[in-house]
Write a protein that binds this ligand. Sequence first.
Ligand SMILES: [Ca+2]
Ligand SMILES: [Ca+2]
Ligand SMILES: [Ca+2]
Ligand SMILES: [Ca+2]
Length: 590
Amino acid sequence: MTALTRRIFLGMLAPPAATCFGQGMASRGVRPAPRGKPSGLPFRARFTDVAKQAGLTETVIAGHPYRADYIIEVMSCGVAFFDYDNDGWLDILVLSGSRFGDPPPGASNRLYKNNRDGTFTDVTQKAGLFRTGYAFGVTVGDYNNDGFEDLFITYYGQNALYRNNGDGTFTDVTKQAGLLSAAPRFGSGCTFVDYDRDGRLDLFVSNYAGFDMQSVPRAGDTTCNSDNVFCGPFGLAYGKHSLYHNNGDGTFSDVTEASGIGKATGGYGLTAVAADFNNDGWPDILLACDSTPTLMFRNKHDGTFSEEGLASGVALSEDGQEQAGMGLGIGDFRLDGSLHIVKTHYAADTPAVLVNNGKGNFADVTIRSGLAVETRYITWGVGIQDLDNDGKPDIFWVTGGIYPELDKRPGNPPNRTPRVVFRNLGNGQFEELIAEAGPGVEATHISRGCAFGDFDNDGDVDIVIVNHNEPPSLLRNDVSGDNHWIKVKLTGVKSNRSAIGARVVVRYGDKVQAQEVLAQSSYLSVNDSRLHFGLGSADTAEIEIRWPLGLIEKLGRVAADQLIHVTEGAGITRTQRFAARTAPAPRQKT
Ligand SMILES: [Ca+2]
Ligand SMILES: [Ca+2]
Ligand SMILES: [Ca+2]
Ligand SMILES: [Ca+2]
């Protein structure tokens, strides 16, 4: 086991002692690989930040702008694109953290309702979602199968399950659902998942760390570091992870031990993704862990899981080192019908590109794929999304620093850093674009979660991003050229109504691409549940759906440039053409 690093080895010997606080996240000290010659190919997507004009104006609080006392202030938080009122237009839930000592009174989650004209209205109060505190992750799913998407949000303290009442309001049903925890916890990643395939969404919840404000020293205490920055995660007790079974009567039962989830080694859990990684029809759970090995809970088909992170090749880097493990992008950038992974990490390290062999075993191809040229930034929310509709999914991630105190200190990288696009060249390689992808990508912020979705219903993927101590960014994509696309919205009948876990395989031209309906990915965030496929020059596509309970539905040639609604067992029940694309913003002179 030469692959194991000293710190993991020590971690195996004994859990971190409460008196031995440290700081920082794992980084391998990687130097960037040399950049190749630019391809010179045009990139047809262009992103402009329209958050302000769209009305996304509330600041997301994350500690003080120039000081963070505790780690709970800087790890936040996710964002969700979802349609809470079923009007066919994506609404946005932006989580918020808080500020130790003097939280601003408006530091709350925000629900922004889509006005269908490029703007949003803050309906947080009316919807009953105003809540202050340190929020981290969100998962969206219809846990009671009533046709309205519900919300589960993790916090430091108590998590919250919000039932969507169907009339524009939500009710906090955490207690009656049996989801209150006995003691405060540091909730992080969470995802709805029907792990036992009974048609009801169960719930996986991870925890980042054991954290008690009474015992963890505040920044400035030299017990854990001499930089006067916050303590952790090193030195904090590992988080443990939980699974709750949906009983079908509005309540959940804690099955952490019975399911085997509780047997796993703890870790600093962050983003959770439930998806069928080994193509056996059952959802597995992948958990990115900060500075500890990433976990892969393999579904054993009998209500139990076994943790197989090391065996499946996702736990450590190619050279056997721990990585910071913040976000997870899931998609089929290889166009081979399996789900592959991009995992984001700390600075002086590369995000990892992990290729699935179809059986759930992963190989690290970061260097071969061209991503190792970029090591400058701390990386968080990430997606594998076809940004320019050329039929080849690209990679996008957001970045941002964690130590406000060090921002101005000589020799330290700035906290505000740009977004990054790696465009898929189609030969197994990616090419980095920043300025070429538009002003919204080039702009620098301290970002965390991001979500991908077509908020303006014009056939391209837009992006909403959490920024610390500023309002969110809303990157409107203005795709030029003649590429085609298709969107697929699924409604389960016997399967869970949100169709979480459904697999869609689309064939177009000479390509095949798989996607799955996910309830969390990126960084603690939720994407548009309408799966979007860029089709390049193909103007039709063949579509195969595998529903969560196993039914396979094949749709013949379907015309491009529309959203198709598919109901389980009933085929296409509705088609929707979008209005002409909105006029692109005038290009800035460079
Ligand atoms: Ca809506
Ligand atoms: Ca519901
Ligand atoms: Ca279930
Ligand atoms: Ca769009």
